[in-house]
Design a protein around this ligand. Structure first.
Ligand code: RAM
Length: 528
């Protein structure tokens, strides 16, 4: 289950100054908060938690302690924080006859502190590991770390002082800043306490990922991905609504397309906006969906005017891959993502996503009062092909793969979300999916679980959707989650796509969606 790096450094990108200036103008206001540790803890074995590690409180007044060679302490900030860490350090005893050599480790979950960075040998850069080794020649000092960290726990270890003196640490704090407006508090929460907790953790995940853009994960990758943006934006409309932040993200993508007009899968914003040379077929198309969803929430003529042509370009490029019969032909250099797993055929899900986004695009075309006819014609072809070639009336499921002999969950889910059939048939497809293809196996992304859950809701299988939400997001909570994780396979809870939790992101945008799902499919009912 790996994600392949794409290197397309020959591609040239345009920087549209007008669009990028607007992205800059929509830069959100940050809301700074200073947080302090709530207790000192130690790593303890706890089989019921992730990787069998938890934290237990210890009675230690750090400010009165002096740390010598080899001594350490773990501070618990009581919640996930994203920000800059600082503390005062002074020496006690004889004069400081050697530098202080200090190690700091930051962890989102206890299990991270059970691993040593030297052990890590995964495919993602070890530079993501939240660990610092620092020499301080002169004390006292206020240590202000330049990097931003995402963590709940900080471990301080004195690697060495000298036998003549010891170090004292005081006033540790983290300066956090989020662009979440904090307007979700007054929202109704679900009555079911389990769902209320699932909602709360989702909200916290979303808030922590709302910074200068909608980041995918404040620990890693710390950038704006289009696929994550789509889900974050939906969750934000239901809770921490910040329209300017969505606009900023849309303008960033629109302002930096390839010379052919294609939107990349993710962008960086530091030191200045720059697109990544990675392209995903579905992510580029989702630009139209994000724009559509945004305008539904916040009608805005200027945004439609500025961004419609960019959405149109993505659609026109993608439609070149659809043949006369309405069959989508995916290209190797523009893979369709759908999920990290490479174990299932993604062609049918890809065609469904094409239909899903094309419907949004036709809506946009209508809003723009332009001719929808050519797109409606393409849509008919794509849907006819899906209904005749891809749907198997005997199995009551959609086929996938070159031979058309594979039946996988993603194909059913995306065809249901795309609304290729009506409500009755959708219900039948998802009922068959449960009977023939459940339990979900080999899927480790909350991103795919989100789509499975939403398809169940869409098909009217509310109880099953809630059951899956509890079994998946609820299980993360059971394992100790304060925020939801980038990857989680309930069959192998300790699974990390990178071979070690020190690289995994435990606060990841695409997993925040219970906020949206609960709002859309459950709270509306509750208040009715
Ligand atoms: C990973 C990140 C990101 C996701 C991409 C496709 O690198 O987790 O959130 O959108 O994969």
């Amino acid at each position: 289950m790996t994600f392949k790096f794409q290197i397309n450094d020959e591609i040239r990108f345009r920087h549209d100054r007008q669009l990028l200036d607007k992205a800059e103008a929509f830069r959100p206001k940050m809301h700074p908060v200073v947080r302090k540790p709530v207790r000192a803890v130690e790593l303890t074995k706890n089989e019921s938690l992730l990787e069998g590690w938890g934290m237990a409180e210890i009675h230690a007044d750090m400010e009165k302690m002096a740390f010598s060679k080899g001594q350490s302490i773990i501070l618990d900030f009581g919640r996930h924080c994203t920000g800059r860490f600082s503390m005062d350090i002074r020496s006690v005893g004889s004069p400081m006859d050697a530098p202080l050599y200090l190690r700091l480790r930051f962890a989102e979950v206890p299990a991270e502190l059970a691993h040593e960075s030297e052990e890590y040998d995964g495919w993602l850069s070890r530079s993501w590991i939240q660990e610092e080794f620092i020499h301080l020649d002169v004390l006292p000092v206020r240590l202000e770390l330049p990097r931003r960290y995402a963590f709940r726990y900080v471990e301080l270890t004195v690697i060495d002082t000298s036998p003549k003196w010891a170090a004292v640490f005081t006033n540790p704090e983290v300066l956090c800043a989020s662009s979440a407006p904090g307007n979700a508090e007054t929202d109704p929460v679900p009555e079911d306490p389990e769902l209320a907790r699932i909602y709360e953790v989702g909200l916290h995940t979303l808030q922590e990922c709302m910074t200068d853009v909608f980041e995918d994960g404040p620990k890693r990758d710390r950038r704006l991905w289009l696929g994550d943006l789509r889900l974050q934006a939906l969750a934000s409309y239901a809770s921490e609504d910040n329209p300017d932040l969505v606009k900023r993200c849309l303008y960033l993508f629109a302002g930096m397309t390839s010379e052919e007009g294609e939107i990349s899968a993710n962008v960086f914003t530091q030191p200045s906006p720059q697109p990544d040379d990675t392209f995903l077929f579905d992510y580029s198309l989702f630009f139209a969906s994000v724009l559509h969803d945004f305008l539904q929430q916040h009608p805005d003529e200027m945004v439609l005017e500025d961004l419609y042509p960019v959405a149109k370009k993505q659609m026109d490029l993608a439609l070149q891959q659809v043949d006369e019969e309405g069959r989508l032909h995916l290209q190797k250099d523009r893979p369709v993502f759908v999920d990290w797993s490479q174990e299932f055929a993604k062609d049918t899900a890809g065609q469904a996503i094409m239909i899903y986004t094309l419907k949004h695009f036709i809506e946009l075309t209508r809003m723009k009062r332009e001719d929808t006819a050519p797109y409606v014609k393409q849509l008919e072809k794509l849907e006819n092909d899906a209904r005749s070639r891809l749907y198997d009336p005997e199995k009551k499921l959609f086929r996938a793969g070159e031979e058309g002999t594979e039946y996988n969950i993603a194909s059913q889910v995306w065809m249901v979300l795309a609304g290729v059939f009506g409500q009755m048939k959708n219900r039948e497809i998802m009922t068959e999916t449960i009977q023939q293809l459940f339990p979900v196996k080999g899927i480790a992304t909350p991103y795919m679980y989100h789509h499975v859950t939403e398809a169940l809701f869409q098909a009217g299988l509310k109880q099953e959707a809630v059951g899956l939400m509890k079994a998946y997001w609820g299980k993360m909570i059971e394992l100790g989650a304060d925020t939801y994780w980038e990857a989680f396979d309930p069959d192998q809870p300790d699974y990390s796509p990178y071979g070690s939790p020190i690289i995994s992101s435990y606060c990841h945008a695409w997993s925040c969606t219970p906020v949206y799902l609960i709002h859309k499919y459950l709270l509306a009912d509750q208040s009715a």
